[in-house]
Design a protein around this ligand. Structure first.
Ligand code: G16
Length: 565
């Protein structure tokens, strides 16, 4: 009788609560924590929160208790290498063995980027994955940690799954583990942990193979051999080994192309957040006559990307639109793409491309999980978010290096500079000026009050004029998933003006301390002669309208945002 079948029989026979004769585990009693509801992307907290008592164990047991397909199935496990990653992996391996997981694929050194984890889940038919990361948040003992569950399609668990896990955390009374030595994570190979097979896999190989199957590597190789100069900033996070293998060792970029390539537990003391503020060293390399032709950075877990040309920053919203418009230059999409999607606060630049191409375009709530059903159903092939996320149907996560390779593929095929491609795009489709203003660390009460006041004003706004602009619609975004009909409400306040401008307000779902207010601003400029402004100048009137409308200074005490992207 096969082992999987035995496990299935054991589970189906309702004897799960009894110790099956061939498994030895210990049941420990525990008490629920009340704050384990996953946010925009998994459970993120300060490291000290995760290290208290049974905090991590409660959450992991709640995953095993609710995601029954893991019993007798394969689990993918890895993280971004931040502080507590290794310790957490050993804890989870022992719990996986105690909970009857048949096989665990764990990245060597405990590393797996988020998109690579998605790739491995899909390639090996795993039942799910646990990814340990707090993304772009700082690491180290005083930093953040996180854990998220991905389902068998490789994507972040949908809300109904995360809610079931959360509900379980509120009632949990015990967890299971085994008493065994740590598994050797640094050597590739297969190990037995009680009845569970642990395979320590090369975290890069499967992902690198997938990239080679999508892009025109020969064209990119030729571009780089021809003197096109690039830099990639791994920000001392997980993409270092991936970028070094793919860009330098496979595509022939010179050694030194990848900077900050060694993953460190504290990311070298920096925020592994690929934006103009936190990747300032990289930005400087693109400036002036000696600036490189192309530069990019990724975040802690490798799913975000920032794209730069010489003296040129590509907003994530524009990046999505440009890649969609050029999709057929990428071999995997030569036949065209069925549709695109963007999160609600992302600029509407890609909508214009979709309209011109005659393909579907979807507007989803913030959070990559909302793209999953559309990707699975084949309705979209490209999707993206203003928060430096871009991806395609190759995995079910956003993918930083995919975006970098997509850009290199398009640059190789078109033989133009980044700036020429983007400004040419604006000339053809018009420019969506775009900016996001973040007010970080504001008191939760003040943030809630601000959103409440805004919501209360929404019904009166349509038809009125704010600073001379007529309000076309004002609502709190609600999304009905076109595939499974699930409804997600209160996803952000939108105020749309009749000239196409928009202001969006929402509270971040990824922070770990107090609240972060995000204000998203967008205007449309079809006139080519007016497309060269600094976005902060082009959006100045909208910015002051937003501040007044939400009473930001009055309610938060802040005169200016902390971060502008
Ligand atoms: C996560 C989600 C993204 C989301 C971003 C920002 O990214 O996967 O979908 O856009 O958070 O979310 P918020 O505005 O709620 O902070 P990551 O890279 O942090 O996992």
């Amino acid at each position: 009788m096969g082992r999987d079948f035995k496990m299935w029989l054991w589970y189906k026979s309702g004897q799960f609560l009894r110790d099956p004769s061939n498994m030895h585990f210990t049941t420990y009693s525990t008490h629920p924590f009340k704050d384990q509801r996953p946010g925009t992307s998994g459970l993120r907290k300060r490291v000290e929160v995760f290290r208290q008592g049974n905090y991590l164990k409660n959450f992991v047991q709640s995953v095993f208790d609710t995601q029954r397909e893991l019993v007798g199935g394969t689990l993918v496990l890895g993280g971004d290498g931040r502080f507590y990653n290794r310790e957490a992996i050993q804890i989870i391996l022992r719990m996986a063995a105690a909970n009857g997981v048949a096989r665990v694929l764990v990245g060597q050194g405990g590393l797996l980027s988020t998109p690579a984890a998605s790739c491995v889940i899909r390639k090996y038919g795993a039942a799910g994955g646990l990814i340990l990361s707090a993304s772009h948040n700082p690491g180290g003992p005083d930093g953040d940690f996180g854990i998220k569950y991905n389902t068998a399609n490789g994507g972040p668990a949908p809300e109904k799954v995360t809610e079931a896990i959360y509900a379980r955390t509120l009632e949990i009374t015990n967890f299971r583990s085994i008493d065994e030595e740590d598994v050797e994570l640094d050597d590739l190979g297969s190990y037995q942990l009680s009845e569970t097979q642990i395979e320590v896999i090369d975290p890069v190989a499967d992902y690198a193979d997938l990239m080679a199957s999508i892009f025109d590597f020969d064209a990119i190789r030729a571009l780089l051999a021809g003197g096109f100069r690039i830099r990639f900033d791994a920000m001392h996070a997980v993409t270092g080994p991936y970028a070094t293998r793919i860009l330098e060792q496979t595509l022939g970029a010179p050694a030194g192309t990848v900077i900050n390539g060694e993953p460190l537990e504290d990311f070298g003391g920096h925020h592994p957040d690929p934006n103009l503020v936190h990747a300032a060293e990289l930005v400087a390399m693109t400036q002036g006559p000696d600036g490189v032709d192309f530069a990019a950075a990724s975040d802690g877990d490798g799913d975000r990307n920032m794209i730069l040309g010489r003296d040129f920053f590509v907003t994530p919203s524009d990046s999505l639109a440009v890649l969609a418009a050029n999709a057929t230059l990428i071999p995997a999409h030569r036949g065209g793409i069925p549709g695109v999607a963007r999160s609600m606060p992302t600029s509407q630049a890609v909508d214009r491309v979709a309209a011109a191409m005659g393909i579907e375009c979807f507007e989803t709530p913030t959070g990559w999980k909302f793209f999953g059903n559309l990707l699975d159903a084949g309705r979209i092939a490209f999707c993206g978010e203003e928060s430096f996320g871009t991806g395609s149907n190759h995995v079910r996560e956003k993918d930083g290096l995919w975006a970098v390779l997509a850009w290199l593929n398009v640059l190789a095929a078109r033989g133009q500079s980044v700036a020429d491609i983007v400004t040419g795009h604006w000339q053809q489709y018009g420019r969506n000026y775009y900016s996001r203003h973040d007010y970080e660390g504001i008191k939760g009460k003040a943030a809630d009050q601000l959103m409440k006041d805004l919501r209360a004003r929404l019904p009166q706004l349509p038809g009125t004029f704010l600073d001379g602009l007529e309000v076309g619609y004002a609502d709190d975004f609600s999304y009905t998933d076109p595939i499974d009909g699930s409804v997600s409400q209160r996803q952000g306040v939108r105020i749309g003006f009749s000239n196409g401008s928009r202001i969006v307000f929402r509270l971040s779902g990824t922070g770990t301390v107090d609240a972060t207010l995000r204000v998203y601003l967008e205007s449309f400029e079809p006139n080519v002669a007016s497309q060269g402004l600094d976005p902060q100048v082009a959006l100045a009137a909208l910015i002051s309208t937003a501040n007044e409308l939400a009473q930001i200074q009055l309610l938060t005490g802040r005169a200016a945002p902390d971060v502008i992207t």
